[in-house]
Write a protein that binds this ligand. Sequence first.
Ligand code: BGC
Length: 393
Amino acid sequence: MDQNHPGLVKFPNGFLFGSATSAHQIEGGNFNSDWYAWEKEGGHITNNDTSEVSADSWNKWREDIELLKQTNQNAYRFSIEWAKIEPEEGKFDQGAIDHYRKILQELKRNNVKSMVTLWHFTIPLWLAKIGGFTNKKSIKFFSRYAEKIAVEYGGLIDFFVTLNEPMVYILKGYIQTVWPPAQKSWFKSYKVYRTLVKCHNRAYKIMKQFTEKPIGIVENIGAFAPLKNNFTNRTAVNLAKYFDAVIFIKPVLKNIDFLGINYYQKFYIQAKKPFSSQKSDLQNDYGWVVNQEGLYQVIMENKKWGKPIYLTENGIADETDKYRGQFIKEALHNISKSIEDGADVRGYFYWSLLDNFEWAAGYTMKFGLADINRNLRPSAQVYADLIKKYSSD
Ligand code: BGC
């Protein structure tokens, strides 16, 4: 790793060193959401795990902030749960609104910058019942929710993210059918894609009336490379890149103040048999190819959009905690190298602050700096030391 980066590892003033979570995965009690209903159907989640309690962050959020402080982090990316804010169509829950305000105030008091996602895969049940994002009315509903968030917390939140990984949502929910609503349909996939683009664009314009804070989107962007360097494979790589993220970035580009990149995997593409991996690469507990040089590749490929970049998620499922410390170190080295080479990267959020409900994998995949009982793993200390070493503010 270092042989490719002999330069000094350096970060600009005010660089964000944080970690990320999402509401449904850590809070528990998201009973009015489509995901909870899906979990209760049974048969969809490993071990039939449910998010009912999860890490209980709804009650233990102060302990989560403690973890951030103990590890020197100066930023936290988390999400607000739409199904809790608006459990019935048009009826906002004041208790839930006050709850998130307390978290935001506590983060401010501790000088931790907040990056808040409005939608991280889950939707209120009432919206799911009328077709979710296949229903055009969802544009109006999402914008109204986004407006509410901007009005309530416009001055408190430091960075807003409207949507998390829209293309992953379409892939899992409408193509692979491993997530709700599990409806295999290219037509619906296209409809949801169009609708989500409009949700973002409309919400952005409305939110801007109530907040001056930056608003962006988050895309899951893989590092693609041809398995054998030939024309067919290179064409397949370009297609994969297009459908992975370009397809969504282009139509929202005028309406984002930054681009959030979630980087997890490298894919070696072979046109006839896509997504093969090279066994020489490290694989995480999921079997995903872990290659942190891919982080550099992804940043450099997305510099062209001319927007500030935040690494909004980068994590490794590693129950043994054997690889996580080195993984984070390599992430920071590759980011520093990309900055040296002209990229405008302003923050890094490790996924995740703590183990949580990992969607269809239930509690089997452990991404956390801490376990679900908030015991920090040794790699958390590695991250804390790196932050101390690299922070200039
Ligand atoms: C998602 C997270 C998820 C992580 C690991 C990302 O694509 O945003 O919610 O837990 O991947 O699978």
